[in-house]
Design a binder for this molecule. Structure first.
Ligand code: SAH
Length: 298
């Protein structure tokens, strides 16, 4: 038996704060799932609501009134909504979990599909097989989609590409399918490095991606054609202004940046200019944006 702890957050930002709190109560092998409410199978933009359900399933043996009280208190302390608790049996949980993930088309050619779903694809389609796990990036998040669409635009066969903050590896796998070479994926998080290697293997592109644990410190090459970073805005700003992020791309290379909330766009632009870059283009999806950045002298 499992106990599902569920909190309904009003928006993406609140959902992230809730997920952070719930994560404190998770053990190895238990992970926090978020699900934007609304009809996931409806492709219209307004089919998805702003509310996000944040869930953690824990082993029923760990459940007791004190445990519940601690979780409620921790959420309350952070001005977050109260949790609800209900028990689910294992198969119910697995089915409910799987019901949230369906093949998803992203951009013109990419599809992301969980391994348990069949997909009749066209010869031109690039199908990434990815199951939810403990690394970020199943394709359902707007920032991941924004990045994949730009990868489709900017990664040509033979272009060198760096995926900074690779999570599940979804973006690097997409770039590999477009023929990026060489291709490096890095993440500071050990689980993400493991997940990226495993997902690359499942998608038969493990020979095309080098995966390393770390950040810019483990990146030797300084002339990437395409550098993709889907990390939160404060980290991107620091990388631009203090980490010389722009120095990592070739003179006519591009940065594809996401993880940026619409309201943070101006702060990013300021950091881009300060770093000697120009904002070449900006794309919006939901609350999030992606920015394409080049060297200013080009
Ligand atoms: N690229 C995936 C995952 C994005 S989530 C996608 O688009 O879906 C952001 C990832 O960046 C996380 O896996 C996190 O561990 C990693 N990360 C956060 N800060 C980082 C840093 N300073 N350097 C490298 N990776 C970082």
């Amino acid at each position: 038996m499992w106990i599902e702890i569920k909190v309904t957050a009003q928006n993406e930002r609140e959902a992230e704060a809730v997920a952070e709190v719930l994560q404190l109560f998770a053990l190895d092998g238990e992970w926090v799932a978020t699900e934007q409410l609304g009809d996931q199978n409806d492709v219209r933009a307004n089919a998805l609501l702003r509310e996000v359900a944040v869930k953690l399933a824990i082993d029923a043996e760990r459940d007791d009134p004190l445990f519940r009280q601690l979780i409620a208190e921790e959420l309350g302390k952070n001005d977050l909504p109260s949790p609800t608790f209900h028990s689910v049996d294992e198969t119910e949980w697995a089915t409910a979990w799987q019901a949230n993930f369906h093949p998803l088309q992203i951009g013109e050619r990419f599809w992301v599909r969980p391994s348990w779903e069949q997909l009749d694809s066209n010869p031109d389609d690039l199908v990434i097989t990815l199951d939810p796990g403990n690394a970020f990036g199943t394709g359902t998040h707007e920032t991941t989609q924004l990045c994949l669409k730009q990868i489709e635009q900017y990664v040509n066969a033979g272009a060198s590409a760096l995926d900074l903050g690779c999570g599940s590896g979804i973006l690097a796998i997409g770039a590999a399918m477009l023929g990026a070479s060489p291709l490096l994926a890095v993440d500071i998080d050990h689980d993400s490095v493991v997940a990226t290697r495993e997902n690359a293997r499942i998608n038969a592109v493990d020979g095309k991606i080098v995966v390393k644990q770390g950040s810019l410190d483990v990146v030797e090459r300084r002339d990437w054609d395409v550098l993709i970073a889907n990390i939160l805005a404060p980290t991107l700003i620091e990388m631009l202004t203090q980490g010389q992020l722009l120095d990592y791309i070739a003179p006519d290379g591009v940065l594809i940046l996401s993880g940026i909330l619409g309201v943070q766009s101006a702060d990013l632009q300021q950091a881009i200019h300060q770093a000697g870059g120009i904002l070449h283009a900006e794309f919006t999806q939901g609350d999030w944006i992606a920015q394409i950045v080049k060297h200013a002298h080009k």
